[in-house]
Design a protein around this ligand. Sequence first.
Ligand SMILES: Cc1cc2nc3c(=O)[nH]c(=O)nc-3n(C[C@H](O)[C@H](O)[C@H](O)COP(=O)(O)O)c2cc1C
Length: 219
Amino acid sequence: MSNLFEQRKTVRKYTSQPVPHEVLRSVLEDAQKAPSWANSQPWEVHVATGETLERLRAANLQAYDEKVSADDSDMPRPAVWPEYLQERMNAAYAKVFEQSGIARGDQQAREDNWRNNFYFFNAPVAAFICLDRNLTEWSTLDAGIYAGNLMLAAAQHGLGSTPAASSVSYPHILREVLGIPEHQRIVVGIMLGYEDKEHPYNRPTSSRVTLEENIHFSH
Ligand SMILES: Cc1cc2nc3c(=O)[nH]c(=O)nc-3n(C[C@H](O)[C@H](O)[C@H](O)COP(=O)(O)O)c2cc1C
């Protein structure tokens, strides 16, 4: 098996092939081994598959198509990103569009690409990572480590994965369909499934800045 860190990438279109329950459980068992503050394991993970996921997908897409405001996400975004990060992000978006075969001025293709987020990329599994609202950034860090583990565990079991902020744009829908209680903050959704290897949305390959750019050695 190739290096898991090379293998994992953000998948943006899945086949409809369901993930066998035993495989899903194995992935979740591995992810569960994530370290956390005093082993508190604060993540509460709501996993949607089958008919429940289809109901969720339909409601989410309807909200998107009806232009329901996505501003009530439980996870605030920075009002302004530091300029050097905004530049990196702009370059990344441009590269994703270009590699997916979406021309610069093709608004319809861009719109279709964005709408695909609200369709949860056709994934057969969507896992929503939540935290008790009383927790602090330390537990959000734990949830992030858990999410990383989950995606690498998925890769180890031959599954693709997608971390998607867009998937938690409508927390009221997730709460209603999945019964997520109010006292839990919905942090992020991770989609899982089998990558549609033919689809142009899965062509993008991401690069990283060199160590010289953001690793600060002091000898
Ligand atoms: C917290 C988080 C939220 C993300 N949200 C989205 C999203 O809403 N839609 C999307 O297409 N990709 C999303 N991504 C994927 C990133 O764009 C992707 O990780 C980055 O471009 C690097 O590409 P790679 O994962 O293929 O290496 C998200 C990633 C993270 C970690």
